[in-house]
Design a protein around this ligand. Structure first.
Ligand SMILES: *Cc1c(COP(=O)(O)O)cnc(C)c1O
Length: 439
Protein backbone atom coordinates (compact mmCIF):
# COMPACT_ATOMS: atom_id res chain seq x y z
CA UNK A 1 0.00 0.00 0.00
CA UNK A 2 1.29 3.44 -0.87
CA UNK A 3 0.04 6.18 1.41
CA UNK A 4 0.26 9.80 0.42
CA UNK A 5 1.84 10.92 3.66
CA UNK A 6 1.91 14.52 2.45
CA UNK A 7 -1.82 14.93 1.91
CA UNK A 8 -4.14 16.56 4.43
CA UNK A 9 -4.05 16.48 8.23
CA UNK A 10 -1.22 17.26 10.55
CA UNK A 11 1.66 16.84 8.11
CA UNK A 12 0.13 18.93 5.38
CA UNK A 13 2.10 21.65 3.60
CA UNK A 14 1.25 25.19 4.71
CA UNK A 15 -1.60 27.05 3.00
CA UNK A 16 -0.96 28.38 -0.48
CA UNK A 17 1.11 31.52 -0.58
CA UNK A 18 3.23 30.77 2.49
CA UNK A 19 6.72 31.13 1.21
CA UNK A 20 9.45 28.94 2.59
CA UNK A 21 12.29 30.67 0.88
CA UNK A 22 13.98 33.13 3.26
CA UNK A 23 11.57 35.62 4.81
CA UNK A 24 11.48 39.37 4.23
CA UNK A 25 13.12 40.49 7.50
CA UNK A 26 16.03 38.15 6.96
CA UNK A 27 16.38 39.15 3.33
CA UNK A 28 16.64 42.80 4.36
CA UNK A 29 18.94 42.28 7.34
CA UNK A 30 21.31 39.70 5.92
CA UNK A 31 21.08 38.95 2.22
CA UNK A 32 24.13 36.71 2.48
CA UNK A 33 22.57 34.25 4.94
CA UNK A 34 19.17 34.59 3.22
CA UNK A 35 20.83 33.55 -0.01
CA UNK A 36 22.43 30.53 1.62
CA UNK A 37 19.08 29.48 3.12
CA UNK A 38 17.61 29.57 -0.37
CA UNK A 39 20.55 27.62 -1.75
CA UNK A 40 20.14 24.94 0.90
CA UNK A 41 16.42 24.71 0.12
CA UNK A 42 17.33 24.09 -3.53
CA UNK A 43 19.87 21.46 -2.48
CA UNK A 44 17.29 19.65 -0.36
CA UNK A 45 14.76 19.83 -3.18
CA UNK A 46 17.19 18.46 -5.75
CA UNK A 47 18.65 15.68 -3.59
CA UNK A 48 17.40 12.24 -2.65
CA UNK A 49 18.15 12.10 1.07
CA UNK A 50 18.96 8.52 2.04
CA UNK A 51 20.85 9.24 5.27
CA UNK A 52 18.66 7.35 7.78
CA UNK A 53 19.06 9.95 10.53
CA UNK A 54 17.78 12.85 8.43
CA UNK A 55 14.22 13.89 7.74
CA UNK A 56 11.95 16.81 6.86
CA UNK A 57 10.32 18.69 9.71
CA UNK A 58 6.83 19.93 8.90
CA UNK A 59 6.13 23.59 8.12
CA UNK A 60 4.24 23.86 11.45
CA UNK A 61 7.28 22.61 13.38
CA UNK A 62 9.54 25.09 11.57
CA UNK A 63 7.18 27.96 12.39
CA UNK A 64 7.23 27.16 16.12
CA UNK A 65 11.01 26.89 15.92
CA UNK A 66 11.38 30.27 14.27
CA UNK A 67 9.30 32.06 16.92
CA UNK A 68 9.76 34.59 19.73
CA UNK A 69 9.74 31.81 22.32
CA UNK A 70 13.43 32.03 21.53
CA UNK A 71 13.46 35.14 23.76
CA UNK A 72 12.59 33.50 27.07
CA UNK A 73 14.86 32.19 29.81
CA UNK A 74 13.26 29.46 31.92
CA UNK A 75 15.85 27.45 33.85
CA UNK A 76 14.16 24.84 35.99
CA UNK A 77 10.93 22.97 35.19
CA UNK A 78 7.33 24.24 34.86
CA UNK A 79 6.11 25.62 38.19
CA UNK A 80 9.68 25.68 39.58
CA UNK A 81 11.66 28.22 37.57
CA UNK A 82 14.55 30.44 38.50
CA UNK A 83 13.09 33.27 36.37
CA UNK A 84 9.91 35.34 36.35
CA UNK A 85 7.57 35.68 33.40
CA UNK A 86 7.31 31.96 32.79
CA UNK A 87 3.50 31.67 33.01
CA UNK A 88 3.06 31.12 29.28
CA UNK A 89 6.13 29.00 28.57
CA UNK A 90 5.22 26.79 31.55
CA UNK A 91 2.06 25.87 29.66
CA UNK A 92 4.07 25.22 26.50
CA UNK A 93 6.50 22.90 28.28
CA UNK A 94 3.69 21.14 30.17
CA UNK A 95 1.92 20.44 26.87
CA UNK A 96 5.13 19.02 25.43
CA UNK A 97 5.73 16.83 28.49
CA UNK A 98 2.12 15.60 28.70
CA UNK A 99 2.01 14.77 25.00
CA UNK A 100 5.35 12.91 25.21
CA UNK A 101 4.08 10.82 28.11
CA UNK A 102 0.79 10.13 26.40
CA UNK A 103 2.34 9.26 23.04
CA UNK A 104 4.75 6.71 24.50
CA UNK A 105 2.82 5.65 27.63
CA UNK A 106 5.70 6.85 29.81
CA UNK A 107 5.55 7.82 33.49
CA UNK A 108 7.76 10.90 33.11
CA UNK A 109 9.22 12.97 30.28
CA UNK A 110 11.91 15.62 30.21
CA UNK A 111 11.74 17.55 26.94
CA UNK A 112 14.68 19.90 27.55
CA UNK A 113 17.73 18.14 26.05
CA UNK A 114 19.13 20.20 23.19
CA UNK A 115 19.99 17.05 21.23
CA UNK A 116 20.30 13.29 21.51
CA UNK A 117 23.78 13.64 22.97
CA UNK A 118 22.53 15.89 25.79
CA UNK A 119 19.66 13.48 26.46
CA UNK A 120 22.13 10.62 26.91
CA UNK A 121 24.47 12.75 28.98
CA UNK A 122 21.65 13.73 31.35
CA UNK A 123 20.21 10.21 31.57
CA UNK A 124 23.61 8.72 32.45
CA UNK A 125 24.33 11.41 35.01
CA UNK A 126 20.93 10.89 36.68
CA UNK A 127 22.07 7.56 38.16
CA UNK A 128 25.74 6.95 37.32
CA UNK A 129 28.92 8.20 38.97
CA UNK A 130 32.13 8.90 37.08
CA UNK A 131 33.99 5.64 36.57
CA UNK A 132 30.87 3.45 36.64
CA UNK A 133 30.76 0.51 34.25
CA UNK A 134 28.34 0.63 31.33
CA UNK A 135 27.71 -2.07 28.74
CA UNK A 136 26.85 -0.80 25.26
CA UNK A 137 26.86 -1.96 21.66
CA UNK A 138 30.31 -1.98 20.02
CA UNK A 139 30.75 1.30 18.18
CA UNK A 140 31.93 -0.21 14.89
CA UNK A 141 28.95 -2.58 14.91
CA UNK A 142 26.19 0.00 15.23
CA UNK A 143 26.66 1.71 18.61
CA UNK A 144 26.72 5.52 18.83
CA UNK A 145 29.50 7.97 19.74
CA UNK A 146 27.73 8.59 23.07
CA UNK A 147 27.93 4.89 23.94
CA UNK A 148 31.53 5.11 25.13
CA UNK A 149 33.67 6.48 22.31
CA UNK A 150 37.05 7.49 23.75
CA UNK A 151 36.76 10.91 22.05
CA UNK A 152 33.30 11.53 23.57
CA UNK A 153 32.33 12.56 27.14
CA UNK A 154 30.77 9.11 27.60
CA UNK A 155 34.07 7.28 27.15
CA UNK A 156 35.95 9.79 29.29
CA UNK A 157 33.58 9.86 32.26
CA UNK A 158 32.37 6.25 32.36
CA UNK A 159 34.01 2.89 31.75
CA UNK A 160 32.17 1.51 28.74
CA UNK A 161 32.50 -2.14 27.74
CA UNK A 162 31.13 -3.36 24.40
CA UNK A 163 28.81 -6.19 23.52
CA UNK A 164 29.01 -7.58 20.03
CA UNK A 165 26.80 -8.97 17.31
CA UNK A 166 27.15 -12.65 16.55
CA UNK A 167 29.97 -13.22 14.07
CA UNK A 168 28.07 -15.75 12.01
CA UNK A 169 24.89 -13.76 11.42
CA UNK A 170 25.66 -10.12 12.20
CA UNK A 171 22.64 -10.27 14.54
CA UNK A 172 22.57 -9.66 18.28
CA UNK A 173 22.42 -12.99 20.07
CA UNK A 174 20.88 -12.29 23.48
CA UNK A 175 22.65 -15.29 25.05
CA UNK A 176 25.95 -13.67 24.06
CA UNK A 177 24.84 -10.28 25.40
CA UNK A 178 23.88 -11.98 28.68
CA UNK A 179 27.29 -13.66 28.90
CA UNK A 180 28.99 -10.28 28.41
CA UNK A 181 26.78 -8.72 31.09
CA UNK A 182 27.63 -11.48 33.56
CA UNK A 183 31.32 -10.99 32.78
CA UNK A 184 31.32 -7.17 32.96
CA UNK A 185 28.71 -6.66 35.73
CA UNK A 186 27.75 -3.15 34.56
CA UNK A 187 25.76 -0.52 36.48
CA UNK A 188 23.88 0.23 33.28
CA UNK A 189 23.15 -1.51 30.00
CA UNK A 190 22.55 0.64 26.92
CA UNK A 191 20.48 -0.79 24.08
CA UNK A 192 20.21 1.22 20.89
CA UNK A 193 22.14 1.92 17.74
CA UNK A 194 22.83 4.16 14.78
CA UNK A 195 23.27 1.50 12.13
CA UNK A 196 21.78 -1.86 13.17
CA UNK A 197 19.05 -2.82 10.69
CA UNK A 198 16.97 -5.01 13.02
CA UNK A 199 14.60 -4.60 15.98
CA UNK A 200 15.97 -5.23 19.46
CA UNK A 201 14.61 -7.70 22.01
CA UNK A 202 13.81 -5.20 24.78
CA UNK A 203 12.30 -7.82 27.09
CA UNK A 204 15.49 -9.89 26.92
CA UNK A 205 17.61 -6.79 27.60
CA UNK A 206 15.41 -6.02 30.63
CA UNK A 207 15.78 -9.59 31.95
CA UNK A 208 19.56 -9.39 31.64
CA UNK A 209 19.66 -5.97 33.33
CA UNK A 210 17.55 -7.30 36.19
CA UNK A 211 19.74 -10.40 36.54
CA UNK A 212 22.97 -8.39 36.87
CA UNK A 213 21.39 -5.53 38.87
CA UNK A 214 21.92 -2.91 36.15
CA UNK A 215 19.74 -0.07 34.92
CA UNK A 216 18.46 -0.48 31.38
CA UNK A 217 18.61 2.54 29.11
CA UNK A 218 17.25 2.30 25.59
CA UNK A 219 18.57 4.92 23.17
CA UNK A 220 15.87 4.98 20.49
CA UNK A 221 17.33 8.07 18.75
CA UNK A 222 16.91 6.38 15.39
CA UNK A 223 13.60 4.57 15.67
CA UNK A 224 11.50 6.71 18.05
CA UNK A 225 9.23 7.79 15.19
CA UNK A 226 8.58 4.18 14.25
CA UNK A 227 7.62 3.44 17.86
CA UNK A 228 5.41 6.55 17.97
CA UNK A 229 3.64 5.42 14.81
CA UNK A 230 3.16 1.84 16.03
CA UNK A 231 5.47 0.41 13.37
CA UNK A 232 8.08 -0.89 15.82
CA UNK A 233 7.94 -2.50 19.31
CA UNK A 234 8.17 -0.02 22.19
CA UNK A 235 11.02 -0.16 24.70
CA UNK A 236 9.13 2.03 27.18
CA UNK A 237 7.51 -0.76 29.25
CA UNK A 238 10.91 -2.49 29.61
CA UNK A 239 13.46 0.23 30.29
CA UNK A 240 14.31 2.47 33.24
CA UNK A 241 15.30 5.25 30.83
CA UNK A 242 14.48 5.81 27.17
CA UNK A 243 16.22 8.61 25.30
CA UNK A 244 15.56 9.79 21.78
CA UNK A 245 16.12 12.53 19.24
CA UNK A 246 13.23 14.49 17.79
CA UNK A 247 14.78 15.33 14.40
CA UNK A 248 15.22 11.82 12.99
CA UNK A 249 12.21 9.53 12.42
CA UNK A 250 9.99 11.80 14.59
CA UNK A 251 10.07 14.58 11.95
CA UNK A 252 10.40 17.26 14.60
CA UNK A 253 12.85 20.02 15.54
CA UNK A 254 16.48 19.32 16.36
CA UNK A 255 16.42 18.03 19.95
CA UNK A 256 16.32 15.25 22.51
CA UNK A 257 13.90 13.82 25.07
CA UNK A 258 14.29 11.55 28.11
CA UNK A 259 11.48 9.24 29.26
CA UNK A 260 11.80 7.48 32.59
CA UNK A 261 9.97 5.78 35.41
CA UNK A 262 8.41 8.09 38.00
CA UNK A 263 11.01 7.15 40.62
CA UNK A 264 13.74 8.74 38.48
CA UNK A 265 11.74 11.85 37.47
CA UNK A 266 13.41 14.22 39.89
CA UNK A 267 16.92 12.94 39.23
CA UNK A 268 16.42 13.22 35.46
CA UNK A 269 15.02 16.77 35.66
CA UNK A 270 17.91 17.94 37.86
CA UNK A 271 20.38 16.13 35.69
CA UNK A 272 19.14 17.93 32.56
CA UNK A 273 19.19 21.32 34.30
CA UNK A 274 21.34 22.35 36.14
CA UNK A 275 23.28 19.11 35.58
CA UNK A 276 24.25 19.31 31.93
CA UNK A 277 22.34 22.31 30.53
CA UNK A 278 21.33 25.85 31.41
CA UNK A 279 18.21 27.45 30.01
CA UNK A 280 15.91 25.24 27.94
CA UNK A 281 15.19 26.16 24.30
CA UNK A 282 11.52 27.08 24.61
CA UNK A 283 11.14 27.57 20.86
CA UNK A 284 12.45 24.04 20.41
CA UNK A 285 10.17 22.73 23.15
CA UNK A 286 7.14 24.36 21.47
CA UNK A 287 8.20 22.70 18.22
CA UNK A 288 8.52 19.37 20.05
CA UNK A 289 4.95 19.83 21.35
CA UNK A 290 3.74 20.42 17.78
CA UNK A 291 5.65 17.32 16.69
CA UNK A 292 4.12 15.14 19.44
CA UNK A 293 0.67 16.26 18.35
CA UNK A 294 1.52 15.37 14.74
CA UNK A 295 2.76 11.97 15.89
CA UNK A 296 -0.64 11.21 17.47
CA UNK A 297 -2.39 11.75 14.13
CA UNK A 298 -3.36 8.60 12.16
CA UNK A 299 -1.50 10.11 9.23
CA UNK A 300 1.74 9.78 11.18
CA UNK A 301 1.07 6.11 11.89
CA UNK A 302 0.61 5.63 8.15
CA UNK A 303 3.90 7.46 7.59
CA UNK A 304 5.80 5.28 10.10
CA UNK A 305 4.46 2.08 8.55
CA UNK A 306 5.34 3.36 5.11
CA UNK A 307 8.94 4.08 6.22
CA UNK A 308 9.32 0.42 7.19
CA UNK A 309 7.50 -0.87 4.09
CA UNK A 310 9.76 1.31 1.96
CA UNK A 311 12.91 0.04 3.67
CA UNK A 312 11.78 -3.54 3.09
CA UNK A 313 11.03 -2.76 -0.57
CA UNK A 314 14.40 -1.04 -1.06
CA UNK A 315 16.23 -3.94 0.61
CA UNK A 316 14.30 -6.56 -1.38
CA UNK A 317 15.17 -4.92 -4.68
CA UNK A 318 18.84 -4.51 -3.71
CA UNK A 319 18.98 -8.18 -2.75
CA UNK A 320 17.19 -9.14 -5.95
CA UNK A 321 20.05 -7.47 -7.82
CA UNK A 322 22.67 -9.41 -5.82
CA UNK A 323 23.72 -6.67 -3.41
CA UNK A 324 24.95 -7.91 -0.03
CA UNK A 325 23.19 -6.32 2.97
CA UNK A 326 24.46 -6.82 6.52
CA UNK A 327 22.21 -9.28 8.40
CA UNK A 328 20.61 -10.02 5.03
CA UNK A 329 17.97 -7.28 5.16
CA UNK A 330 16.07 -4.93 7.46
CA UNK A 331 13.24 -4.76 9.99
CA UNK A 332 13.37 -1.02 10.50
CA UNK A 333 14.11 2.09 8.45
CA UNK A 334 17.74 1.46 7.54
CA UNK A 335 20.13 -0.98 5.89
CA UNK A 336 23.87 -1.30 5.32
CA UNK A 337 25.34 -2.35 1.96
CA UNK A 338 28.55 -4.39 2.03
CA UNK A 339 30.67 -2.79 -0.70
CA UNK A 340 33.39 -5.44 -0.76
CA UNK A 341 31.80 -7.54 -3.54
CA UNK A 342 31.89 -4.40 -5.70
CA UNK A 343 35.54 -3.76 -4.82
CA UNK A 344 34.61 -0.25 -3.60
CA UNK A 345 35.19 1.75 -0.42
CA UNK A 346 32.71 3.88 1.52
CA UNK A 347 34.28 7.34 1.10
CA UNK A 348 34.56 7.18 -2.68
CA UNK A 349 31.03 5.82 -3.00
CA UNK A 350 29.61 8.53 -0.71
CA UNK A 351 31.33 11.26 -2.78
CA UNK A 352 30.23 9.78 -6.10
CA UNK A 353 26.61 9.62 -4.91
CA UNK A 354 26.86 13.26 -3.78
CA UNK A 355 27.75 14.17 -7.35
CA UNK A 356 24.59 12.55 -8.70
CA UNK A 357 22.24 14.06 -6.11
CA UNK A 358 21.87 11.06 -3.84
CA UNK A 359 23.03 11.39 -0.22
CA UNK A 360 24.22 8.24 1.53
CA UNK A 361 26.80 7.75 4.24
CA UNK A 362 29.86 5.60 4.56
CA UNK A 363 29.45 3.23 7.47
CA UNK A 364 31.30 0.51 9.35
CA UNK A 365 29.76 -2.90 9.97
CA UNK A 366 30.87 -5.99 11.88
CA UNK A 367 34.05 -7.51 10.48
CA UNK A 368 34.15 -5.15 7.50
CA UNK A 369 37.93 -4.83 7.53
CA UNK A 370 37.99 -1.13 6.59
CA UNK A 371 38.81 1.85 8.79
CA UNK A 372 36.28 4.03 10.62
CA UNK A 373 37.11 6.89 8.22
CA UNK A 374 36.99 4.74 5.11
CA UNK A 375 34.78 1.78 5.88
CA UNK A 376 33.53 -0.88 3.50
CA UNK A 377 29.85 -0.10 3.83
CA UNK A 378 27.24 2.51 3.08
CA UNK A 379 24.13 3.09 5.19
CA UNK A 380 20.79 3.90 3.58
CA UNK A 381 17.45 4.82 5.12
CA UNK A 382 13.93 5.69 4.01
CA UNK A 383 12.57 8.29 6.52
CA UNK A 384 13.24 11.37 4.40
CA UNK A 385 12.17 10.08 0.99
CA UNK A 386 9.00 8.72 2.64
CA UNK A 387 8.29 12.22 3.99
CA UNK A 388 8.33 13.39 0.36
CA UNK A 389 5.55 10.91 -0.33
CA UNK A 390 7.52 8.17 -2.08
CA UNK A 391 6.33 4.57 -1.85
CA UNK A 392 7.50 1.08 -2.76
CA UNK A 393 7.51 1.75 -6.51
CA UNK A 394 9.97 4.61 -6.08
CA UNK A 395 12.10 2.44 -3.76
CA UNK A 396 12.44 -0.01 -6.64
CA UNK A 397 13.64 2.85 -8.87
CA UNK A 398 16.13 4.02 -6.25
CA UNK A 399 17.49 0.51 -5.71
CA UNK A 400 17.84 0.21 -9.47
CA UNK A 401 20.05 3.24 -9.88
CA UNK A 402 22.05 2.51 -6.72
CA UNK A 403 23.03 -0.85 -8.17
CA UNK A 404 23.67 0.72 -11.60
CA UNK A 405 26.05 3.21 -9.95
CA UNK A 406 27.88 0.53 -7.98
CA UNK A 407 28.20 -1.74 -11.00
CA UNK A 408 29.15 1.06 -13.39
CA UNK A 409 31.20 3.01 -10.89
CA UNK A 410 33.96 3.93 -13.36
CA UNK A 411 31.61 4.87 -16.20
CA UNK A 412 30.77 8.62 -16.41
CA UNK A 413 27.79 7.86 -18.67
CA UNK A 414 26.20 5.81 -15.87
CA UNK A 415 26.75 8.67 -13.42
CA UNK A 416 25.11 11.14 -15.81
CA UNK A 417 22.13 8.88 -16.30
CA UNK A 418 21.66 8.34 -12.56
CA UNK A 419 21.83 12.12 -12.04
CA UNK A 420 18.91 12.47 -14.48
CA UNK A 421 16.87 9.74 -12.83
CA UNK A 422 17.37 11.03 -9.28
CA UNK A 423 16.53 14.60 -10.39
CA UNK A 424 13.34 13.40 -12.09
CA UNK A 425 12.28 11.63 -8.90
CA UNK A 426 12.93 14.79 -6.85
CA UNK A 427 10.81 16.86 -9.24
CA UNK A 428 7.94 14.40 -8.95
CA UNK A 429 8.03 14.51 -5.13
CA UNK A 430 8.60 18.11 -3.96
CA UNK A 431 9.43 18.99 -0.37
CA UNK A 432 6.43 19.49 1.95
CA UNK A 433 7.08 23.25 1.95
CA UNK A 434 5.14 25.44 -0.39
CA UNK A 435 7.07 28.21 -2.06
CA UNK A 436 5.99 31.04 -4.26
CA UNK A 437 9.24 32.71 -5.16
CA UNK A 438 12.71 31.61 -6.00
CA UNK A 439 15.51 34.06 -5.53
C1 LIG B 1 21.77 10.40 16.47
C2 LIG B 1 22.02 9.63 17.71
C3 LIG B 1 22.29 10.25 18.93
C4 LIG B 1 22.65 11.69 19.13
O1 LIG B 1 21.99 12.64 18.52
P1 LIG B 1 22.52 14.15 18.33
O2 LIG B 1 21.24 14.88 18.30
O3 LIG B 1 23.30 14.14 17.07
O4 LIG B 1 23.34 14.53 19.50
C5 LIG B 1 22.36 9.46 20.07
N1 LIG B 1 22.22 8.13 19.99
C6 LIG B 1 22.02 7.49 18.84
C7 LIG B 1 21.89 6.01 18.84
C8 LIG B 1 21.92 8.21 17.64
O5 LIG B 1 21.74 7.56 16.50
Amino acid sequence: MTVDTRAGGALAPPPAGDDFTAKLALRAADPEIAGLLDEELHRQEDTLELIPSENLASAAVLEALGSWLNNKYAEGVPGKRYYGGCQVVDRVENLARDRARQLFGAEHANVQPHSGTQANMAAYAAVLKPGDLVLGMALDQGGHLTHGSPVNFSGKIYRFEPYFVSEATGLLDMAEVRARALEVRPRMIVAGYSSYPRTLDFAAFADIAREVGAYLMVDMAHFAGLVAGGAHPSPVPHADFVTFTTHKTMRGPWGGVILCRAEHADAVDKSACPGVQGGPHLHGIAAKAVMFRQCMHPEFAAYAHQVVANAKALAAELLERDTVLTTGGTDNHLMVIDLRPYGLRGRAVQSAFDEVGVTVNANTFPGHGGTPFNPNGIRLGTPSVTSRGMGETEMGEIAGFIVDMLQGFDDPAVHAEVRERSAALCRRFPLPYRRTTVS
